[in-house]
Design a protein around this ligand. Sequence first.
Ligand code: NDP
Length: 275
Amino acid sequence: MNPNTTKRLNNGKQIPQLGLGVYKVPAEQVYETVKNALELGYRHIDTASFYGNEEGVGKAIKDSGIPREEIFVTTKVWNDDHGFERAQEAFAKSLNRLGLEYVDLYLIHWPVPTIFPETWKALEKVYKDGAAKAIGVSNFLDHHLQELARTQEVQPAVDQIELHPKLVETRTINYCHEKGIAIESWSPLGRATYLDDPLLVKLGEKYKKSPAQIIIRWHLQRDFVVIPKSTNSERQRENITVFDFHLDERDMKLLDQMDEGMRVGSHPNNVSIQK
Ligand code: NDP
């Protein structure tokens, strides 16, 4: 495995299993953050219209000189842009802000009740038009996916959900595995709120890695796509240096047992349409 190890999505497209998330990276800082990550070897960037930093992401990609097809770019439709027409307009605006001709993955950011199946029709359209190479959802639990399945023509390629050792959404993961939907972990480090956990520290000592690297390795070995965020060059490097060790089965089980349903973000059943 190397930093550009990819995973095959259900439509045949490859996604780098490790990427950089840029939530809460200020617009004025995102250019340097993404530029640095690309120099370190990251080839997958996760943004959203809600993050307000798509322009800087697109500019850093352009200025990197790396061929466009070597970088995987994800963005998302925000909660107040749901609906067939509005979502298509939102997509066009995102593409324009990114300065790209296509995105690799377009996601519904949150399952805004009752309207998300209509929004999905817009995503199916941009997918069929070729302007998004894959489409998926975010924050969909198994019951949201079941509701979507009643009217969808295209199966989501990805479900991006909050996922880290203290929050393992087993039912949703099982449903996605059954349907061939890739799981992508957001806040994969639990927003760094429990990196001092004794088990993580102990495993870090055992493998000569940091607690963050232990967690990222756990995601990779669970076959999740993982997008840790860091604006710090050293931590970006640390987060990508996870392809030179392997957690044994017993330690994977110990990490699985950390699950206590602890959220650092909102619950998908409580979606607000406010910013
Ligand atoms: P993460 O779990 O990635 O944690 C980020 C925090 O951890 C930052 O404070 C960062 O600080 C710190 N950090 C990063 N690396 C290390 C390290 N090696 N050691 C110690 N601390 C570290 O949380 P996010 O919420 O940012 O999630 C990641 C990405 O997931 C987002 O950026 C976004 O792209 C996506 N996301 C999607 C959501 C959705 O609804 N679809 C919701 C939330 C996030 P520093 O920057 O200073 O290094």
